[in-house]
Design a protein around this ligand. Structure first.
Ligand SMILES: C[S@@+](CC[C@H](N)C(=O)[O-])C[C@H]1O[C@@H](n2cnc3c(N)ncnc32)[C@H](O)[C@@H]1O
Length: 261
């Protein structure tokens, strides 16, 4: 069965999720690690609903500019609306493995939770390398879905739900090989920071609860998991929360590197 489609329904879910506290925390971590300076030209690969563009515009200022690329027309529509009236940002329909941008045109590039959905990440990294000027910086952020776990009294069902969810993307554990792939693409100064999104609260503002809904929508019929089993799992999570026994953990990884000057 096919992976998650970034259609209008997914765009609507992400638009909602990206206002939540954990996702605001993630954007802060990304923007600090990227370190955009006034006047810089930034490339965002897989921009989604455009939250990064809105915030990066403040960092690069009027002398700077941003080019944001995404393969989903629904995401691009949201992103364009978010940045309506801003002259120094452009949104381009394109794919990560054939970026519609010139060689050496950017000071920095980011790609947040996109590469794990790309069939050929090394081709996408080569494209980001091509787009950067010598000395340019790259930031690639992905989730290691093998670290994701909701506590459950039925660990076998939990494991099968997560196996079904693994079908939503191409590379469930891309961070394991991203460092090597960045080096192979010609980047130097490759570094990684892991960020845990852990909680004991069934709190709507967390990655845990935002993902619970997306997993529950996607998994029925996949990995041998029925709709009834997924419903039982989500009900169990609410029960665990009422009993003060809710627990979630998932680690996301921020890779940074530079193109040799
Ligand atoms: C999980 S969202 C992340 C959005 C954004 N980077 C953020 O963190 O706010 C993944 C995005 O990657 C885009 N995407 C997936 N595969 C792509 C590809 N091959 N080329 C360009 N964009 C892609 C999707 O359309 C979607 O907007």
């Amino acid at each position: 069965m096919s992976q998650l489609s970034f259609d209008a329904a997914t765009a609507k879910s992400l638009e909602k999720a990206y206002h939540k506290r954990d996702m605001i925390r993630r954007r802060r971590l990304v923007l600090v690690a990227l370190g955009a300076a006034p006047g810089e030209r930034i490339l965002d690969v897989g921009c989604g609903p455009g939250f990064y563009e809105r915030e990066l515009l403040d960092e690069v200022g009027e002398q700077g500019s941003i080019v944001a690329v995404d393969a989903s027309p629904d995401m691009l529509a949201l992103a364009r609306r978010r940045c309506d009236g801003q002259g120094n940002v452009s949104f381009l329909d394109g794919t990560a493995t054939a970026l519609p941008v010139d060689d050496g045109d950017f000071d920095a590039a980011l790609c947040v939770q996109v590469m794990e959905y790309v069939a050929d990440p090394s081709a996408a990294l080569a494209e980001m390398h091509r787009a950067l000027r010598p000395g340019g910086r790259v930031l690639v952020w992905d989730v290691d879905w093998a670290t994701v776990w909701w506590h459950s009294d039925d660990p076998d069902r939990m494991r099968r739900v997560l196996t079904g969810w693994d079908e939503h993307l191409v590379h469930p554990s891309l961070p394991h090989t991203l460092g090597a792939q960045l080096r192979a693409a010609g980047f130097s100064d490759v570094a990684v920071a892991g960020h845990s999104f852990a909680t004991v609260d069934y709190d709507d503002e967390t990655f845990a609860v935002a993902m619970l809904g997306m997993v529950a929508d996607f998994v029925p019929g996949r990995g041998g998991v029925t709709g009834d089993e997924v419903a039982a799992w989500t009900a169990e999570q609410r029960d665990l929360a009422e009993q003060g026994r809710f627990f979630f953990e998932g680690t996301q990884f921020c890779f940074t590197a530079t193109k040799l000057a």
